[in-house]
Design a protein around this ligand. Sequence first.
Ligand SMILES: Cc1cc2nc3c(=O)[nH]c(=O)nc-3n(C[C@H](O)[C@H](O)[C@H](O)COP(=O)(O)OP(=O)(O)OC[C@H]3O[C@@H](n4cnc5c(N)ncnc54)[C@H](O)[C@@H]3O)c2cc1C
Length: 456
Amino acid sequence: MLSPSNLINDTFDVLVAGAGVTGICAALAAARQGARTVLLEPRPFIGGNAATGLCIHTYKTRYGKQVVYGLAQEIVDRLVEQGGAVGHVPLPSGYVHSVTPVDADLFRMETTAMLAEAGVTILYNTALVDADAQGGHVRRVLVCSKSKLGYIQARSFVDATGDADLAVMAGAPARTGWPGSGAMQPVSMMMRAVSVDTRRACEALSEFEAAWATKRGVDGPFPVYFHGTFTRWNQELRDLGVYDHDNHQFWTNTVWPDQLNINGSRLANIDGNDPLALSRATVELTAQLQKLAAFMRARVPGFEHASFMPNAFVGVRETRNVQGLYELNEEDIRVGARFDDAIGQGCFPVDIHHPDGKSQEHIDVGGDGAYDIPYRCLVPQKTENVWVAGRCISVSQYAHGATRNMAPCMTTGEAAGIAAALCAKTGTAAAGLPMATLQPALREAGVFLETQAATA
Ligand SMILES: Cc1cc2nc3c(=O)[nH]c(=O)nc-3n(C[C@H](O)[C@H](O)[C@H](O)COP(=O)(O)OP(=O)(O)OC[C@H]3O[C@@H](n4cnc5c(N)ncnc54)[C@H](O)[C@@H]3O)c2cc1C
């Protein structure tokens, strides 16, 4: 019978569960504060959804002012050096001011190097199973590694699982899906296409002016982001069984002149916390993308010689959101709200893929185009030494449409990592961390804090 003992005979200052963009930033930020940090990841690689080939949305308000810096900017700077990013590229007449495509593999390689430089212990193939918590204070977590169950002890715990697994295990309340119905945004699988004539593809498909960039070693500008539909082939796509509706928008991004990452599949009614549903989605979306690939190769200009690789796993937009000390809401985004306990800003609009899988809704950020993210959204109710960051922070279903994007995930990850490290040093509970301590540490790390900058 199983009788778990300590997996590691040591007590870490900070444990981060989940190594998507959020967990990467949380672990880096904690380690740079001097905290002994461990990062758990069930997959044999880091990146989470960022490993699927996406643009980081977004650093600049729709009026062009950059409000996201810190680790989020440092990672892009390092990727530009490696040829894995082309910076913040203007998107003329688009729905945002600029886009920031990154290569998923170079992102993984560069952030792995950054974590190693910072001294973070990464535990791959290791999933959180339970939290040993009393009165909201977590002492240790039970994890399942490749061949055994074991405990890991720490002083502070950051939940970057995207699904709020750790916070819920520790006793925090959470909302699953949309209030009332529990419905969730559809899941999608990304697909990479190589040997593409991207200039011709963009000309044939782009619905608004694309983002074009130049890059060392590449002749002339090439399209790095465009959005389109296959409207003129609607009947054919229905006949082939690729889509059962006509609102099949897709988005592409790349940092290479002959490759595209394509976001063009959707499956509704999948609970991203249900392993059976996710497994079914993996099979169905792989098949959907194989049909789409055959159609594109046969019919769409620029793809005649392309090869297509559907991603290895399904991307999940929405599952659980923790109930924290504050819930950021739709109105906060609509007015571009300011908060005294801001830990950074977000500026990407609310982007909701409707749970029916057939429509999409955008709500612009009001005010000057940015909203503050309050520290209280990272502090789950009914817990003491737990922080939540990234996709599952405390936000309403609509605000989640904005905060689920990668730039805000990196900002909340960095703030949670710094807060967790500061509290581990002094034994302070998450809710008791003074802003007079946290905000200067965030500014020191390079995070943009307009409220503080104005009053400093
Ligand atoms: C199809 C699709 C397209 C998107 N397009 C964009 C885009 O263009 N731009 C943009 O900015 N955003 C986009 N998003 C949103 C964005 O990618 C995600 O919301 C964001 O990457 C979430 O980051 P995260 O680190 O919080 O979560 P995740 O990336 O989900 O990472 C969570 C990590 O935690 C791990 N984990 C899960 N459970 C456990 C556990 N029990 N124990 C330990 N670890 C665990 C997972 O393996 C994973 O590595 C898109 C999302 C989807 C699905």
